[in-house]
Ligand binder design. Structure first.
Ligand SMILES: C[S@@+](CC[C@H](N)C(=O)[O-])C[C@H]1O[C@@H](n2cnc3c(N)ncnc32)[C@H](O)[C@@H]1O
Length: 250
């Protein structure tokens, strides 16, 4: 049966979109980046988190040139779980990252997917623990895809996994009051609903990046239309059709 909440079919963004996103936005330590409809591999939030963590690690190493190169733990960026912040953690809850605890099992058992997503949503970001890395949140409607995304995150190095949350649910029901950047690869009708939601609750300056489709009715917020292409030799230049539309709420 057709799920009326579904705002786009499953179709992954090409990996090279990440480069275009990185050129378009600058994330600060307190930024929260959402991919609304993150898919089964959560590729956008994972690639963004990997890139930002790698930059941060390089910066740390440049600031500490005299440290021995095998002092691995001294340069690792430790962080704790975060969330689309549906609710805070239960009192007395363990401080372990919920995705690491549950995601591997969830991948094998769809019934655990809801538990994994609930655990991810229940964890609150901790300023001390996140050590200045932005937060990345993937929201996915499809339970099996959300479970796979959790497993993909859990397989990452802990310092990268710690700044990513996967939330299973309808993107139109997830609070976006803390959103700094929202990435969406949705059909125009879904974008229209998302735009209304962002207008109602997202903070000033929130950036919406829409891959492939313009956001109906948001012409006044359009900042740039960015061509997206792999740029690799031998690959067709798809920048004429493959675009990233950047909007900002003033
Ligand atoms: C075109 S795919 C994009 C996947 C990913 N963002 C990417 O760029 O690779 C759209 C995704 O949105 C999900 N989706 C559709 N409607 C949704 C909704 N209401 N809430 C959350 N996810 C939704 C689909 O299941 C699908 O995984």
């Amino acid at each position: 049966m057709q799920d009326e909440r579904r705002l786009a079919p499953r179709s992954a963004s090409p990996q090279y979109v990440v480069e275009a996103i990185r050129r378009a936005v600058t994330l600060q330590p307190n930024s929260v980046f959402y991919d609304l409809g993150c898919g089964a591999d959560a590729r956008i939030v994972i690639a963004m988190a990997q890139a930002v963590a790698s930059d941060a690690q390089q910066q740390l190493q440049q600031q500490q040139p005299s440290r021995p190169s095998n002092d691995h733990h001294s340069v690792q960026l430790q962080a704790a779980g975060t969330a689309a912040a549906v609710s805070g953690p239960e009192a007395g809850a363990p401080h372990l990252h919920p995705l690491q605890e549950t995601a591997a099992a969830a991948a094998a058992d769809n019934r655990l997917a809801a538990a994994a997503a609930a655990a991810a949503a229940a964890a609150a970001p901790s300023a001390e623990a996140t050590h200045g890395l932005p937060q990345f949140v993937g929201v996915e409607l499809d339970a099996a895809a959300a479970a796979q995304a959790c497993a993909a995150v859990a397989a990452l190095p802990a310092e990268v996994a710690a700044c990513i949350s996967i939330v299973e649910g309808d993107l139109l029901q997830v609070p976006l009051r803390d959103a700094t950047v929202v990435y969406a690869y949705l059909l125009p009708q879904g974008l229209s609903l998302l735009a209304s939601k962002l207008s109602a609750e997202a903070p000033h300056g929130c950036t919406l990046l829409s891959y492939m489709f313009i956001v109906p009715g948001w012409e006044q917020h359009l900042q740039a239309t960015l061509p997206v292409t792999s740029g690799l030799p031998g690959r067709p230049d798809v920048s004429g059709v493959s675009k990233l539309y950047m909007y900002r709420q003033n």
